[in-house]
Design a protein around this ligand. Sequence first.
Ligand SMILES: C[S@@+](CC[C@H](N)C(=O)[O-])C[C@H]1O[C@@H](n2cnc3c(N)ncnc32)[C@H](O)[C@@H]1O
Length: 418
Amino acid sequence: MNSKASVLQQAEELIKPLASQHVPKEGTQVEAIIDQWLHAVATDSQFFTNPAISEPSIIKNEVITTLKAHGLYESRLQFWSEVFEHLPLKTPQEPSFRFIDLFAGIGGVRLGFQKVGGACVFSSEFDKHAQQTYKNNHGEIPFGDITYIEPTHIPDHEVLLAGFPCQPFSHAGLKLGIEDTRGTLFHNIARIIEEKQPKFALLENVKGLVSHDKGYTLKVILKTLTDIGYSCNISKDLIESGTAKQIQIEAKKMILKSVDFGVPQNRQRIYIVLWKDGLIDTFKYPEPLRVATRVSDILGEEPCEKLTISDRLWAGHQRRKIENKAKGKGFGYGLVTPESEYTNTISARYYKDGSEILLAQKGKNPRKISTREAARLQGFPDDFLPSKSNTQAYKQFGNSVTVPVIYALASQIKKSME
Ligand SMILES: C[S@@+](CC[C@H](N)C(=O)[O-])C[C@H]1O[C@@H](n2cnc3c(N)ncnc32)[C@H](O)[C@@H]1O
């Protein structure tokens, strides 16, 4: 057999002409299709395909026949090894279900669902830096802008995953149907759900979604999805005719805290779990693990001196804290010690000045956490490869999810599918 790198390189070259025909009209590189096709061969999953050109099963057979003819494919397991063996975080060899990873970032959600036996069959993320980190860790370039992807082209899957930006909906003459959500990223998600009919969907968002636009944004999301045949733990009657306040009370039960799942971070996010009508009655959200956490759990041995903030920055943080307090505007920076139970939420802007999480140090100014510590604060395993750019790495971990929370949700979703 040829060497590992060259098998993949040869396979990529061979299928490029076929893959080029299926590239969406904008936003996606042909490499995304090549990578995701090769992964679909390895996990025996459906291909992303433009059906006007070919059926997914026909094009898949064509690809496998070509690979065989060139001595690159002997068996599915041999091919799986070629594709995944060199990656630290692998897609399961014998997946028990398939999922798609929308607004994928660096694939934190993917890690949680892979761990319970799922295989990713389509990922989309349009930020070039996040795409590169995704490729380094998961072996595939995600598709680009989701607004250019036709739902009919997406492979079949049982679970749809999306941590999407929170945007307001127009109030103009709404019947709260799918068409009324046009022009928002939620509209693209709803269209994919309507077309592909996954058994489950997990929508992750900031806690503020519950009160966003006085509860209207959440109501539109829930009403749209229940109208196309999906249920969640809030009853259809309440979504249809309850007050914003009543819906908010129920929605708050979908908020989980990262610190309850073994990581020392006070992150709170809403996780809306939806399922096809009739599949289950209610979804059992994961219970807190009740394990003690300490900030020291995530700290590295020897912090780099560069992490200590300058006198100027530290003085600025202290000044703003006093000013904010006087204006009754919260408390500014967050200072912790290794003994603290948890930190504030890490955000995508952490790289700027580290204000939300500063670690007290004896005899000197506080320091920022390192990118590896940021990874641990989000529950990423130590073999995850962060972006080489520190700015990008902080941004990507701040934007991501807490993997153990996703793993707990994935375990419950998997149980519900059995
Ligand atoms: C909150 S982050 C989700 C991060 C992800 N859950 C993770 O674990 O890293 C939302 C992501 O959506 C991406 N995004 C926003 N609009 C998009 C679009 N139209 N198409 C594809 N990705 C998009 C952003 O670049 C960002 O990385």
